[in-house]
Each structure stands twice: as structure tokens, then as C-alpha cells.
Design a protein around this ligand. Structure first.
Ligand SMILES: Nc1ncnc2c1ncn2[C@@H]1O[C@H](COP(=O)(O)OP(=O)(O)OP(=O)(O)O)[C@@H](O)[C@H]1O
Ligand SMILES: [Mg+2]
Length: 777
């Protein structure tokens, strides 16, 4: 309760929260609130909407957690929206710490189509914005029952690809369930007040940071901080090496941000040469352990895994979207256990995450954009990276360092990034792709029944709050026209209806344009006796939901020849025209990756051939199987039942990366492409055949082992066959080690794929940092 002076309580013991929550906080060592937390809780704890825009590491999550717990312990329900899967896991664990108080927490990041029934049993659901959007399309009642929604990193509304989903989701929640409390957490941005106005929320902002973060620029062996203090570093090689090496010598950990994946790898390798000299014997032994665990994280070994393991044994790791989830987790864990001295990352690690990095060094402040060339990275993003240093749980002070080569660069970096203010953010809802998807969803869910509703709905968005909504009118009309022409909606005067197709497309959570392209492919296929796998695999790559590989100059000949050889197969209207189109060749190239995959080319083979990492293969596979599933559903909807079945089979092959003959074997839990192939090679064609085998026999097959053999035998004898059971099954439960494909049994599309970051961007980089353009080229 507020103290007599009107000041909000700053001690946990004085907070108006249930006793058991208070006790749990105290047992976590949190007894005193940071001033902006105390301010914010005045609103959060009484159910008011809140926009909390305070610096990194200032404990925004705790405010949200307490707001959520207050509601949930009074029988309310909560949704916690995050931008990234990695962050979802961290927040999920934060809530899990309160589960013994009698609440249930769910994590929802995959499986787009099938609404997990268990979600209904959760008091708190932590979800990515795409997942939450998808869930709300299936079940508006779920939204109606929510009593509080947290939007973490709400400033990401400005992101062109992800922002509109978050924005529309918030607008939808507010329309359907105006009483629902909204707690929005934001980085400090110039116009956080504008978000607060949009959400009818109280606005709390401050420049308080619990752990002092000294920010400075490195030049010639010395960092000058903004508080005018200086720190010298023995100069080695370049700025990054100097700072990281000195930190390691002092037993401290650092995090380095660069702008390309390739740079993360080459820099980590270079740093390893120094760090291994610094580390003690027992530290190196622990690292060796971590390295061998990393090597076994996935079922198949790849050169990326080798490279990463080598770096790890020298005390440094690289981290980017090309790594598999298991690899990323292994790196984060080793860093949290303070085994690794340094991680070199792309900005994938910049948002919201808590890591024990005393120092952050941002080497690159420019990044290549395919439209505009080499652009400065926004202040907002650089601040997010710098803010990973000095986190309360781990350190009492942090240092955030930019690297300059010349005096003029030094002052530029200082002015722009360290003394400058983060930008304003703007709604990105005005793009055609965002509009056609979200307008269809609004109509399909019944939220919008006529033109006037649509106007009202658009008026409720942040876009309309920032700009006059009429500026959207023309694009909106175009989106409506597209949906009507393609028979996703119908119109009767002012009244709008979804068609069966439209409703299904909205549920399937694919871009309406993807659905239309898939429908065309299905219709063409319906006229043919036979359609090749490559043709289907290329067809899914023509949709905007699957980003294609970059077509290198050296690809033209090979891909061109491949396309020419299969020209009669493609499900396109005019193949001559298509073959002239560079984009089509890129689609064929991407389709051929899926083709190699289901032809059982090894992960390493694929990663070398297409110059991608294991994480990219997973992202592509998730999206590919999702689109094949969508295609199969669309085929069924239009009564192409045979095609629909065939597409389901192909989807399953893509999810496992197998030839057709292995389909029966992968129905065994824990058996993926490698183990199925090994069993097949020994003459076992289907689960029933395994009854003839002994556990010892199976155990001696490469990649199976004793525990797995036991498990298989149990399954073939009366154990439940999980093949067609729906719902998420993590193979890791039964696999001793090495995650086999796929991780889930349902088609999933988790998040938009990571931006391609291959040679295309690297060769064009003229680095701003001390490296010169050299190491990326
Ligand atoms: N009052 C407190 N006392 C001690 N530690 C706290 C307190 N509040 C939060 N923390 C700890 O501070 C750390 C950072 O909090 P949190 O992740 O919520 O920061 P944030 O403001 O969301 O930062 P970012 O903008 O980087 O996401 C967490 O480890 C959290 O447990
Ligand atoms: Mg946060």
C-alpha cells in the first residue's frame, strides 16, 4: 500500500501482493524494488494498462510478472507475448519459478494449426506473437477469457516483418476484450508516450539502470567512456581481440556483436588462438567436455558443429541463426556456466536475453541491406546489444564498447550511438502483405462483418493512431479486392463473408497469396497423371511464406540445367517464361534443397552444397512441411483427395528427410532419418519386422545403442505406437543423445525464417570496424 507521503512502496515486503508471491520473491533474493519498478507497480497491480519504457536490465519483466500473478491468483488468465523463441523460453522459466504457488504455465511457440487443448488449462501462456496471433484466430473465446496481456519488447512493432502481427494482435485483443489489462514493456524510445496513448495506458519512463553500464569507444588501445574515464588495453591484433583478451585474463566474460554469420565464425576462431593461451588447465578440461557435448547435440555431425566444438574448446563460441536450436542452447548454457569466456554473435542475441557478460563489444555498426546497400544500424538496436552487458543477476558493473579505427570515427560513434537518442518507431501495418493477411483474419474470425467494422478495426490500430487512417484506404481497398477476386471472401453490399477457402487459409496461418499460389498448383496438378516431388517442392518455394536461397552467379549454369531437365514437370503456367525469370531459378534451387533432403543427402552435404547451417535446414524444413500441409488441406478442400494424400506423405518425408521406403519405420518414437536408414539396411522394413530382433542385435546397429534398442522393442511389443498421435512429442525424451528430425510431430512454422545472410551480403560489405572489409569477403 502507498506510504503516507504518497510515494509508492519500494520494499517488496510493503507491496500489495499475495503473501506467497512476496515470500517467493524474497527467497529469490529480491527484497527491494528499483525506483521505476515501484512506480510502475502502482498501475500494474491495480489492473491498469501500462507502458513501461525504461533502460535495458532495469527489471521490466518483474513488473509484468507481478501484474500477471496478481490476476492469475485471483482466477484470471494471462498471455505473455515475446518476439523470439529464445526469449520465450527465458520468460517461461521465470514464470515456472512461481508454479508451486498453484499456477500452471504453458509455452507455445510451434504448431500453428492445431490448437493445443492443454493451453486451455494454462493460467499463463508464454507465446511468440505469431503463435498468439494464430491461437487467437482459432479461438476468439480464448482472447475473451484473458484478463491480462503482456507485450514484451513492444517497440518491435516497428519491425517490418514481425511488427504488424503484434500490432494487430493487440488491437484485436482490445476490440474483443476491452477490459483486459495490457502491460507493454518497451526499450527507451522517443515516442513510447505515443504507444501509451494508443493503449490508453499509464506511461512510466526513466533512465535508471540498476547496474551501471559504462559506454565507450575503443581507439588505439584505449577506451574513452562517456563519463570521461579512460581504460587502457594492451593492444593485440585489433580492438575486439584487445578487449576480449584483457577481460578473459581478468576472469571476465564478454559478448561481441558483428553483422554477418561468417564474421562470427572467423572472429571466434581468431579469438580462440588468444584465449586458449589465457585459460588454465582445469578450465580447458571443462571446455573440452562442453565441446564434446556440443558435438553430440544433434544426431548428424556437420562441419559447423566441428568448427563450433573447436572454438568452444578454446573458450569462445559463435552464435547465429544458422546454428541448430540444440547448438544454440549448448552455447548459451556453457556461457551461463561461465565456462566460455566469449560469444561472438549476430544481433539474434540482442533482444531481452540475460547473460553473464560483463563486457559487450559491438564491432559493426553497419549492415548490408539488399535494397539500400550498407546502412547504419539504428541506435535503438545498438543500445539493445550494448544493454546485454551488466545484468543484475550476474554483474555489478558492465562495460559497453564500440570500436573505431580513426579519430573521426570515434567521435561519430560517440555522437550517434552513445550520446544520441534512440529513434521514434513507426507502425509497419501499411504493407500489402500485412494488410491482406490481417484483413482476411479479421473477416474470417467474424470480427469484421462489414465495411464499417473494417474501418473501425483499422482505426483501432497503432497505424491509425500515428497516421490518418485514410492514408491506408487505397492499400486496404487493394487488399479487399485481392481477397474478393481470389474468392477468399465474398461481399453482399456492405456485408463481408469469408468463404470456406478464406476461413481455412486464415486458420492455416499462411499468407493469402501463398494459399492462392498453392491452389493454382493443386489445380494444375489435378489435370496431370503424375506430378514429381521436385515439382511440388518447387511449388512451395514460389510462395511468399518461404524465402528462397540467393542465386549466385556460379549457380546459373547448374540450376539452369536442372530446371531445363525438369521443365515439363513444374506446376507453372508458362514454363518458357518462368525459365527466363531469375526468381524462378532461385525457387528451383531452393526446391532442390528439399529434394536432396528427402533423397537423404546428409545434413553436412546439404549445408556445404547450399552454404547454410543446420539451423537454416531446420527453419526451411519447418516452413516447407507447413506449406505442404497447407497444400494438402487446400487440395482436400477442393476435393482433390488423392493429391491431398500424396501431399501429406510428402510432408512427412520432408519433416524427417527420408525416402518413401522409410516412412513405416519413422513411426517409431525416437527413430529419425539416421536410425531408420540403419534399421532398413539391416533388413527391417517396418516396425513389425523388429519383433524378430533381440535387443542386443538392435543395440549393435550403428546409432541405436542399448537404451534405444530397449525402447524400440518396447514399442513393437504392445507399447503404444505414437505414429499418428497428434500433439507435440519431443524425441529427446527417448533419445539418449543427438536430436533426430523432426523435433515435433505436427507441421510447424515457428517464426519467420532468419534473414538470409550469405555471400551476397558479405562480399558487398565495406566494414566500418577495424577489420577492414577483408574477413567477410
Ligand atoms: N528489484 C530487483 N532486485 C534484484 N534483481 C532484480 C530486480 N528486478 C529485476 N531483477 C533482475 O534483473 C535482471 C534483468 O531483468 P529483466 O530481464 O526484466 O530486464 P529488462 O528490463 O527486461 O531488460 P531488457 O530491456 O534487456 O529486456 C533479471 O535477472 C531480474 O531477475
Ligand atoms: Mg526484457
Amino acid at each position: 500500500m502507498p506510504k503516507s507521503g504518497g510515494e509508492p512502496p519500494n520494499m517488496v515486503k510493503d507491496l500489495d501482493i499475495p503473501d506467497k508471491v512476496r515470500d517467493e520473491l524474497l527467497s529469490q533474493g529480491i527484497s527491494e524494488l528499483y525506483p521505476p519498478q515501484a512506480d510502475a507497480l502502482q498501475y500494474a497491480l491495480v489492473g491498469k494498462n501500462l507502458v513501461l519504457a525504461i533502460p535495458t536490465a532495469s527489471g521490466k519483466t518483474l513488473v509484468a510478472i507481478l501484474g500477471v500473478l496478481k490476476k492469475v491468483l485471483a482466477r484470471g488468465r494471462a498471455l505473455y507475448i515475446v518476439p523470439l523463441k529464445a526469449l520465450a523460453e527465458e520468460k517461461y522459466n521465470d514464470f515456472k519459478a512461481f508454479e508451486h504457488l498453484g499456477i500452471t504455465v504453458g509455452l507455445s511457440v510451434g504448431d500453428y494449426d492445431d490448437l493445443g487443448r492443454s493451453l486451455d488449462k494454462c493460467d499463463v501462456v508464454v507465446a511468440t506473437s505469431e503463435k498468439a496471433d494464430s491461437l487467437s484466430r482459432h479461438d476468439l473465446n480464448w482472447i475473451e477469457r484473458l484478463s491480462v496481456v503482456v507485450a514484451d519488447e513492444v517497440h518491435l512493432m516497428h519491425d517490418p516483418s514481425r511488427g504488424p502481427t503484434l500490432e494487430v494482435l493487440l488491437a484485436r485483443i482490445r476490440t474483443i476484450n476491452p477490459k483486459c489489462q495490457i502491460i507493454a514493456l518497451s526499450a527507451t524510445i522517443q515516442n513510447s508516450m505515443e504507444i501509451a496513448e494508443w493503449l490508453d495506458a499509464s506511461h512510466v519512463t526513466s533512465d535508471f539502470r540498476p547496474v551501471v553500464l559504462k559506454e565507450g569507444v575503443f581507439l588505439d588501445g584505449e577506451v574513452t567512456y562517456t563519463d570521461n574515464t579512460r581504460e587502457e588495453f594492451p593492444f593485440l591484433d585489433d580492438g575486439v581481440v584487445s578487449v576480449v583478451n584483457a577481460s578473459a585474463l581478468a576472469g571476465e566474460q564478454s559478448l561481441v556483436f558483428v553483422n554477418t554469420r561468417k564474421s562470427t565464425e572467423s572472429l571466434a576462431e581468431r579469438l580462440g588462438l588468444y584465449l586458449r593461451e589465457v585459460l588454465k588447465k582445469d578450465e580447458l578440461a571443462a571446455l573440452k567436455d562442453a565441446a564434446s557435448r556440443l558435438r553430440r547435440a544433434d544426431a548428424e555431425t556437420t562441419h559447423v558443429a566441428d568448427k563450433l566444438a573447436n572454438c568452444i574448446s578454446s573458450g569462445v563460441a559463435f552464435h547465429h541463426a544458422g546454428l541448430s536450436p540444440a547448438q544454440r542452447r549448448a552455447v548459451e548454457t556453457a556461457f551461463k556456466e561461465r565456462k566460455l569466456r566469449c560469444i561472438v554473435a549476430t544481433p539474434t542475441l540482442a533482444a531481452g536475453i540475460n547473460l553473464p557478460a560483463k563486457r559487450v563489444v559491438v564491432r559493426d555498426v553497419r549492415r548490408y541491406d539488399s535494397m539500400y546497400g550498407n546502412l547504419p544500424i539504428p541506435v535503438l538496436e545498438i543500445k539493445q546489444m550494448l544493454g546485454r552487458a551488466g545484468r543484475p543477476k550476474y554483474d555489478t558493473e558492465g562495460q559497453a564498447i564500440l570500436v573505431a579505427k580513426t579519430e573521426s570515427q570515434r567521435s561519430e560513434l560517440l555522437e550517434r550511438y552513445l550520446l544520441g537518442e534512440p529513434e521514434r518507431i513507426y507502425s509497419k501495418l501499411g504493407t500489402e502483405a500485412a494488410l491482406r493477411s490481417h484483413v482476411l483474419a479479421s473477416i474470417a474470425t467474424g470480427l469484421v462483418a462489414e465495411d464499417d467494422d473494417l474501418v473501425r478495426f483499422i482505426d483501432s490500430t497503432f497505424y491509425a493512431h500515428q497516421a490518418e487512417s485514410w492514408t491506408l484506404q487505397e492499400r486496404m481497398d487493394r487488399a479487399l479486392e485481392f481477397l474478393e477476386d481470389e474468392e477468399l471472401i465474398t461481399r453482399d453490399g456492405k456485408r463481408l463473408w469469408p468463404t470456406k477457402f478464406g476461413r481455412r487459409v486464415s486458420d492455416l496461418y499462411v499468407d493469402p497469396l501463398s494459399a492462392v499460389l498453392l491452389r493454382e498448383a493443386v489445380q494444375r496438378a489435378g489435370l496431370r497423371d503424375e506430378v514429381s516431388d521436385l515439382a511440388w517442392l518447387t511449388a512451395i518455394c514460389t510462395t511468399p511464406d518461404l524465402s528462397t536461397f540467393f542465386l549466385r552467379r556460379s549457380d546459373y549454369k547448374l540450376v539452369g540445367e536442372l530446371a531445363e531437365r525438369h521443365r515439363e514437370e513444374f506446376l507453372v503456367e508458362n514454363v518458357d517464361e518462368e525459365l527466363e525469370r531469375e526468381d524462378f531459378l532461385a525457387e528451383v534451387k531452393t526446391g532442390s534443397m528439399f529434394f536432396d533432403w528427402i533423397g537423404e543427402l546428409s545434413e553436412d552435404g546439404i549445408s556445404v552444397k547450399f552454404n547454410i547451417g543446420p539451423g537454416d535446414i531446420r527453419a526451411k524444413v519447418d516452413n516447407g512441411r507447413w506449406l505442404l500441409y497447407a497444400a494438402s488441406e487446400i487440395a482436400r478442400l477442393f476435393s482433390y483427395n488423392d493429391l491431398s494424400r500424396k501431399l501429406r506423405g510428402l510432408e512427412k518425408r520432408v519433416s524427417y528427410g527420408i525416402r518413401e521406403e522409410l516412412l513405416p519405420l519413422v513411426s517409431l518414437k525416437g527413430v529419425g532419418r539416421k536410425r531408420a536408414r540403419a534399421l532398413h539396411a539391416k533388413g527391417f522394413r517396418k516396425p513389425g519386422d523388429l519383433k524378430a530382433a533381440t535387443t542386443d542385435q538392435l543395440a549393435s546397429i550403428p546409432g541405436i545403442g542399448k537404451a534405444m534398442a530397449n525402447n524400440i522393442i518396447q514399442q513393437v511389443y504392445g507399447g503404444e505406437m505414437p505414429a499418428e498421435t497428434r500433439g507435440t512429442t519431443f524425441e529427446a525424451e527417448v533419445v539418449e543423445e543427438g536430436q533426430e528430425f523432426p523435433a515435433t510431430t505436427e507441421p510447424t512454422r515457428k517464426e519467420p525464417e532468419p534473414a538470409a545472410d550469405d555471400g551476397a551480403s558479405q562480399t558487398s560489405l565495406s566494414s566500418f570496424g577495424p577489420e577492414g572489409g577483408g574477413d567477410d569477403a
